[in-house]
Design a protein around this ligand. Sequence first.
Ligand code: FAD
Length: 432
Amino acid sequence: MHRKIWNGSFDKRPAVIVRCAGVSDVIAAVKFGRASGLPVAVRSGGHSFPGLSVADDALMIDLSPMKGVRVDPERRTARVQAGVLLGELDKETQAFGVAVPSGIVTHTGVAGLTLGGGIGWIMRKHGLSVDQLVSVDLVTAEGEFVKASVDENAELFWGVRGGGGNFGIATEFEFRCVPLGPQVLAGPVFWPMEQSGEVLRFYRDWVAEAPDELMTIVVHRKAPPLPFVPVELHGKSVVMVVCCWAGDLDEGEKFIRPLKEFGSPVADACLPKPYLTHQAMFDPSFVPGRWYYFKSCDVAELSDEIIDITVERSLQISSPLTSFPIWQLGGAVGRVGEDETAFNGRKAGFTYNIGACTETGEGFDEEREWVRSFWSALAPWHEGVYMNFLGDEGADRVRESYGPKKYDRLQALKKRYDPDNFFRINQNISPS
Ligand SMILES: Cc1cc2nc3c(=O)[nH]c(=O)nc-3n(C[C@H](O)[C@H](O)[C@H](O)COP(=O)(O)OP(=O)(O)OC[C@H]3O[C@@H](n4cnc5c(N)ncnc54)[C@H](O)[C@@H]3O)c2cc1C
């Protein structure tokens, strides 16, 4: 059971699974890994798209039992252990009216998400997860405990804010918390997918003026049978603009009104609701154990050509479970200097996360082909890719996701902290 990860298309059998309850277990596991010579896979939330938290015949270091979260309401910080999931963190922070910027599905791991950057509903207002990171505790490839922050091991701290699990096993994170909620104005507005061209053209002009309080994700899919979707839409192809307004609700109503009045939406579930409810909105679309395949890219803008391709390809979706998000970036994310963290792509306009899903292996190959072909059609406009959205795409794509300058700097750090590439079952930065 512990070898299972979120993406059901991976069925790997590690030789040994070590379930860690604390830092001393992690140190012992790393030392055992070195002594045994087994390849090492590290698992926190188990949500790696390409299944990199488990491997055949490997030592799997499983941090999921490490569930500690401690919010300090006076200092407005949160200490979070590596096995914590986003929903578990949100529950604790919202008890104090604060939040840590994270992602959009509650069962994703804080650790893997943060080590890659962390994009989500409040990033345009409050930045990425790594932009609120104060410090991180790590166990290195030598089994040594180190801390990294702006004042301590600063280069390592730069690298873990986007460089993934290449430099050590993160055992605990300390974040600044931001004030939030408990209510946000959030949820989807729906149109028939045939109208996607007009909706996307309106949308791109409307979001160009959006304040940081607003974050949106556009989703094309067959409408799922969920309580907030009218029954007559179930199974019909729709385009949704999903909003999250993290600020004054009346101002949000005013700004979002033109969207709700554009054309003739077939449903509107964008309403004031608890942040915790909105954070869970996509959970039923990304159920653990189903088969998933993703390919991603950033684009600078939603040009007419990109919109035309998006509409044409979306109308070809056949699986009722396939649901792919287009993320609006910008705001606070783009105001942090590109060199301040290893996370790359702060100036991108939108992220395409073209993903397909089937219940089992049946029909999976066709859906995967649809993803690949859609992604290739966008190739002339690719601007980079978010490392956490990479699949198993090879060393060149990892390098591309950081760009050559950042990659070289990350490589120098890797040489220093993991010259033998002990941590290599990941989006790997090779030491040589
Ligand atoms: C349903 C779903 C929703 C998502 N939503 C978002 C989103 O909203 N925003 C976003 O930014 N990303 C999102 N992602 C991508 C997500 O950030 C990455 O998949 C991330 O790596 C998941 O982290 P994890 O701890 O769950 O995964 P794991 O599979 O446990 O780990 C992922 C990678 O990180 C390494 N790793 C994990 N824990 C540690 C650790 N403690 N120390 C060192 N290395 C470690 C693993 O070895 C592996 O290579 C989503 C993914 C899924 C599947």
